[in-house]
Design a protein around this ligand. Structure first.
Ligand SMILES: C[S@@+](CC[C@H](N)C(=O)[O-])C[C@H]1O[C@@H](n2cnc3c(N)ncnc32)[C@H](O)[C@@H]1O
Length: 288
């Protein structure tokens, strides 16, 4: 598959060596990332089922172009598998592009019996809002993917019966979201889009629900999760913080950051998350 974001695959020796390394370590990566003993028994995730799921998720990221690594997908899978079946809530994905992450999240939703709401403009990035450090007029409509093609990807490689696709700009569609949320995954590139997602979805998030983000390498993007002002003004609470902000959670890869990274190893492959009950609030002022 070709598209605006694909990079030519390097064919020199170091790049080939790294690809070999990735393939050799694949079973270990899947095994260790899915080795949580908190995975709920009801999902009957035997080692064999975990390995099959992990391998399918890995393969899907090769079949449908996605900016997200299968390692990050596995990290979200584990957290969903750890939630007990009586933990209320759906899964929400904001920003699906061609549906690579959607396909993998839908497979996990099939196991844990949850619904997946997929929000995207399907017209790419929105107009730049003044003050948004990451938005630019040049970005307009970049990352547009056709909704029918995305649905076809998910039908072929995921569990489309679990999905509802909602087309439109987040500022118009997310205020209509009604159902409780167990986990949200936000890969939305712009500060204004992140703002729309959090303002509209956070109130529906289960008390111990998860919000994962992709842009964890950008400190000033992650800063929303530490902004005393934002959380006070919007939700009358202290900020929740962000686990993995800056470097991502430890999914096993070589990456020193902050941007780009080695072109051999492909840069960052992780994800960051918070939970509704987490705290990123500094509360130690001995001089008071
Ligand atoms: C980097 S892509 C997502 C990649 C995807 N997570 C994957 O796995 O390949 C960002 C997506 O967010 C969508 N998007 C960003 N801001 C939006 C907004 N305000 N409203 C609707 N869609 C938006 C874009 O259309 C694009 O599909």
């Amino acid at each position: 598959m070709t598209g605006p974001m694909e990079r030519e695959e390097r064919k020199d020796f170091p790049a080939r060596l790294y690809r070999l390394y990735e393939r050799i370590t694949l079973p270990f990566t899947i095994y260790f990332l899915l080795a949580s003993d908190r995975i709920h028994d009801d999902y009957a995730m035997t080692t064999w089922r975990k390995m099959r799921l992990g391998y399918r998720m890995y393969r899907n990221t090769k079949k449908i172009w996605t900016g997200i690594s299968y390692r990050a997908h596995l990290a979200m899978a584990v957290k969903l598998l750890e939630l007990p079946p009586n933990f209320r809530g759906d899964v929400v994905e904001c920003g699906c592009y061609r549906g690579g992450t959607t396909a993998n999240l839908s497979l996990v939703c099939g196991i844990v019996d949850r619904h997946l709401y997929v929000y995207d403009s399907f017209e790419g990035l929105p107009d730049a809002v003044e003050g948004d450090e990451y938005a630019s007029a040049m970005g307009n409509r970049f990352l547009a993917a056709d909704i029918d093609q995305v649905k076809q990807h998910v039908a072929e490689h995921g569990d489309i019966g679990r999905c509802t696709f909602v087309k439109g700009w987040f500022k118009d569609t997310l205020p209509q979201h009604e159902s409780p949320i167990a986990m949200a995954f936000l890969d939305v590139d712009y500060q204004s889009s992140l703002n729309d997602c959090i303002i509209n979805l956070w109130p529906h998030l289960h008390d111990r629900g998860y919000v994962f983000i992709d842009e964890y390498v950008l400190s000033d993007f992650c800063a929303l999760f530490y902004s005393e002002r934002f959380w006070l003004e919007q939700f009358d609470r202290t900020p929740p913080g962000l686990f993995g902000g800056g470097s991502g959670v430890q999914v096993g890869h070589y990456w020193l950051g902050p941007f780009g990274g080695s072109s051999i190893t492909g840069g960052s492959k992780s994800i960051a998350y918070t939970r509704k009950h987490f705290s990123g609030h500094w509360n130690f002022f001995p001089e008071d």
